[in-house]
Ligand binder design. Structure first.
Ligand code: F3S
Length: 67
């Protein structure tokens, strides 16, 4: 699973980081610092919650292709 973020559209709500600071790293100005994140095993739920938490709806979950 991956997370894709439309970084340029981030307005610094920081709700994503409140769900998981590990997955959703912020830069010094409080904006999301990354565009694509590989979700470590076991963190899928946090990834989904983080994606839902962004009021700008700029966080997308990319599921692994089914075999
Ligand atoms: Fe940005 Fe949304 Fe997180 S606006 S800081 S990606 S909650």
């Amino acid at each position: 699973m991956k997370i894709r973020i439309d970084k340029s559209a981030c307005v610094g709500n920081a709700r994503c980081a409140a769900i998981s600071e590990v997955l959703f790293e912020l830069d010094d100005d409080g904006y999301i610092a990354v565009e694509e994140i590989d979700v470590p095993e076991g963190m899928e739920q946090l990834a989904r919650r983080g994606a839902r938490s962004c009021p700008e709806r700029i966080i997308t979950i990319v599921e692994d292709d089914a075999e």
